[in-house]
Design a protein around this ligand. Structure first.
Ligand code: ZN
Length: 200
C-alpha cells in the first residue's frame, strides 16, 4: 500500500513522469499543490488541459500550433523555399529573436541518439524529405545544436537530402561546441545563421 492517500500518490506518479522531476521533487510539488489555493490548482489543471485541447503539430513543418498549417507555413511574407531545420519547437523562438531569418522551418522533435535508441524512425524527417523531393525548396539550413548528436543528425540529413536539388547548409560554429541553440545569445545565433556554409 502507498504511503500517501490515493489522489496524492496519483499526482506524485504523474509529476514524476515530467523531465527532470525525480520522485522527491514530485512529492514536494504535490504537497505544495495540496497547500495551494483551490483556484490556483484548478488554473494549473486547466492550463494543461487547454494545452492538449488546442495545440497540435503543423502538418507541414511539425511546429506546435493552434492552427494547422502554422503561422510560418501560411505567411506569404516568409520565403517558403528556404527551410531551417531545428531540433525542438522552442528553437524557432530563438532564431526568430535574431530577426535575420525570413524563411520557414522544419522541426525534427529530437536528434539521433544511439545511446537513447533514437534512430531516424523516431524523428520527424519525412515531411522535410517530401518537400525537398517535390522541388519546393531552394535551401535547407541544418540548425541542429553543435553537440555530437546534433552534428550526427545534420550529417545524416545532409546525406538523405543530397539527391535533391536544394542547397544544404549548416549553421556556422559561432555557437560553442556542445552548446544549445536555445541558450545562444541573439548576436551569436545571428552570426551562426549568416556564416552558414554548404555541407559537402
Ligand atoms: Zn508549419
Amino acid at each position: 500500500m502507498s504511503r500517501f492517500a490515493e489522489p496524492l500518490s496519483r499526482l506524485i506518479d504523474e509529476l514524476s513522469k515530467l523531465p527532470g522531476i525525480g520522485r522527491k521533487s514530485a512529492q514536494r510539488l504535490a504537497f505544495h499543490l495540496l497547500r495551494t489555493q483551490e483556484e490556483d490548482a484548478v488554473a494549473l489543471a486547466e492550463a494543461i488541459r487547454e494545452l492538449k485541447a488546442h495545440l497540435c503539430l503543423c502538418s507541414i513543418c511539425n511546429n506546435v500550433t493552434e492552427l494547422d498549417p502554422c503561422a510560418f507555413c501560411t505567411n506569404p511574407t516568409r520565403n517558403q523555399r528556404i527551410i531551417c531545420v531545428v531540433e525542438e519547437p522552442s528553437n524557432i523562438a530563438s532564431i526568430e529573436k535574431t530577426k535575420r531569418y525570413a524563411g520557414v522551418y522544419h522541426v525534427l522533435h529530437g536528434v539521433l541518439s544511439p545511446l537513447h535508441s533514437i534512430g531516424p524512425e523516431q524523428l520527424r524527417m519525412q515531411g522535410l524529405l517530401d518537400r525537398a523531393r517535390a522541388g519546393m525548396v531552394d535551401e535547407i539550413i541544418l540548425a541542429t545544436n553543435p553537440t555530437t548528436e546534433g552534428e550526427a543528425t545534420a550529417m545524416y540529413l545532409a546525406n538523405q537530402l543530397r539527391e535533391f536539388s536544394a542547397r544544404i547548409t549548416r549553421i556556422a560554429t559561432g555557437i560553442p561546441a556542445g552548446a544549445d541553440i536555445e541558450y545562444a545569445d541573439e548576436i551569436t545565433l545571428a552570426h551562426a545563421m549568416e556564416g552558414r556554409h554548404a555541407m559537402e
